[in-house]
Design a protein around this ligand. Structure first.
Ligand SMILES: Cc1cc2nc3c(=O)[nH]c(=O)nc-3n(C[C@H](O)[C@H](O)[C@H](O)COP(=O)(O)OP(=O)(O)OC[C@H]3O[C@@H](n4cnc5c(N)ncnc54)[C@H](O)[C@@H]3O)c2cc1C
Length: 414
């Protein structure tokens, strides 16, 4: 039996821990905070199959000055963070060429097309299939111009195998009467689905892991003891050391500093997003809806509506700007007439984004027994179970059925 330490108990870490445990490994998860309170907690809850068009798109760099000036735009850069983010942006810009964009989309398609089956298998394994709601997600557009902003992304997603049905705004209202009836266009993303509550999901997975004999160490990983290419143990802030045969780095945005300690330079930034859970919302929404112009999505969790979105580039130490979360809630009234927002709980998460929007999955050639499972950006919930299956293959020495070369942690070394 191999002993494996998984560093990080977000959706990716706990997915990896459960899969490794089910394959006979003795697994310890190291997690400093309440489980599920990283980015996983703030997510919009979608299994976003076909969300494959990268953030870096042709013409995007021209928009950066505007992002710096408008703090309420769906995409923004904190002025104080802009200089620190320059090296990341330089790489990001290099990926905004059409040919690279297509290559990235195609890589993400391979991963996301496996996501639903992998996620369902993991839910079946923990005995909670009801945590997934298999209903299409609805995107809403005010007018022809608004819809035109998505044309390129839809064409590429369809070309790569996604099912997107375009309907009128009135048809969207008939499918889900909670949605305002005056949108001109809508699109049904047939491959998507959503979870009933991402925090409950992570907590349930963690409880199952524990009940099967898994160990959860409350602590923060800060350093490693190595013998050449072999990592022997991980050191926690309180001085404890945990030894293992294999280590998985799944600490979300914080994976970068841990990787630095191991001499593996990852390029990753925490791109902030906000989510506000509205209890007693007065609205009976049954689908996740996205209003791209407003920069948010709304998901009907089991006990609240979650209004989530924005892409805010800021360095890791940046404090939340809760005004951005409030702006989204204000805009949500456009989508859901009659929405009540008195009982609101705001959350902030940092999506671990690489400059090429690809996750980081696999081993570095510098280390014999460390596997990386991070950098999932806006797809961590979607890809947690698939990532877990792939890293379990790597640790077992099996050839993964999805080619993971382009997700290598070593791609940033040049
Ligand atoms: C507003 C918003 C909406 C989103 N919507 C979606 C969506 O609809 N679908 C989707 O797929 N994704 C979505 N995402 C993205 C998704 O939430 C992330 O990709 C995902 O949470 C990343 O998971 P993770 O486990 O890698 O990181 P995290 O969830 O951040 O977890 C990392 C964990 O590592 C722990 N940790 C940190 N440092 C250490 C250390 N030194 N030692 C030990 N542990 C450590 C943290 O405490 C944390 O629990 C959204 C994100 C946001 C912010």
């Amino acid at each position: 039996m191999t002993q494996v330490v998984v560093i990080g108990g977000g959706i990716v870490g706990i997915s990896c821990a459960l899969t490794l445990q089910s394959q006979g490994h003795e697994v310890t998860v190291v997690e400093p905070g309440p489980v599920g309170e990283g980015a996983s907690w703030a997510s919009c809850g979608c299994i976003a199959v076909g969300e494959i068009v990268p953030l870096s798109q042709p013409g995007m760099l021209m928009k950066v000055p505007g992002w710096l000036l408008d703090a309420e735009a769906p995409l923004s850069v904190r002025p104080g963070s802009a200089v620190k983010l320059l090296p990341w942006f330089a790489r990001f810009a290099a990926n905004a060429r059409r040919s690279r964009m297509r290559a990235i989309a195609s890589d993400l398609a391979r991963l996301t097309f496996a996501a639903t089956a992998d996620f369902k298998a993991q839910l079946a394994d923990i005995g909670h299939p009801e945590l997934l709601v298999e209903r299409p997600v609805i995107k809403l557009f005010d007018d022809d111009n608004d819809r035109a902003t998505m044309r390129g992304a839809f064409d590429l997603a369809r070309e790569l195998g996604c099912t997107i049905d375009e309907v009128t705004g009135q048809e969207a209202h008939e499918i889900d009467p909670a949605i305002a009836s005056d949108f001109r266009h809508a699109a049904l993303l047939r491959d998507w689905s959503f979870v009933t509550d991402p925090r409950l999901l992570v907590e349930t997975m963690m409880q199952t892991f524990s009940s099967r004999g898994g160990t959860i160490e409350s602590g923060e990983a800060v350093d490693f003891v190595r013998d050449g290419q072999q990592v022997k143990s991980v050191g926690l802030r309180d001085g404890r050391m945990i030894s293992a045969d294999d280590f998985v780095i799944a600490a979300g945005t914080h994976s970068k500093s841990l990787a630095d300690k191991l001499g593996v330079p990852l390029r990753m930034e925490g791109v902030i997003g906000y989510s506000t859970a509205l209890k007693d919302s007065g609205v009976d929404l049954r689908h996740t809806v996205f209003y791209a112009k407003g920069g948010f999505g709304i998901t009907p969790y089991q006990d609240a509506l979650a209004v989530a979105g924005t892409v805010e580039f800021a360095d890791l130490g940046a404090k939340p700007n809760w005004n951005r979360a409030d702006v989204l809630v204000g805009r949500a009234h456009r989508v859901l007439p009659g929405l009540r927002a008195e009982r609101a709980e705001r959350r902030m998460g940092r999506r671990p984004f690489t400059p090429d929007t690809r996750p980081i999955i696999g081993r570095s050639r510098r280390l014999a027994n460390v596997t990386f499972a991070t950098g999932h950006g806006q797809l961590g919930l979607t890809l947690g179970s698939t990532t877990a299956r792939l890293i379990a293959d790597v640790i077992a020495g099996r050839m993964p059925d999805i080619d993971i070369q382009t997700f290598s942690p070593d791609r940033f070394s040049t």
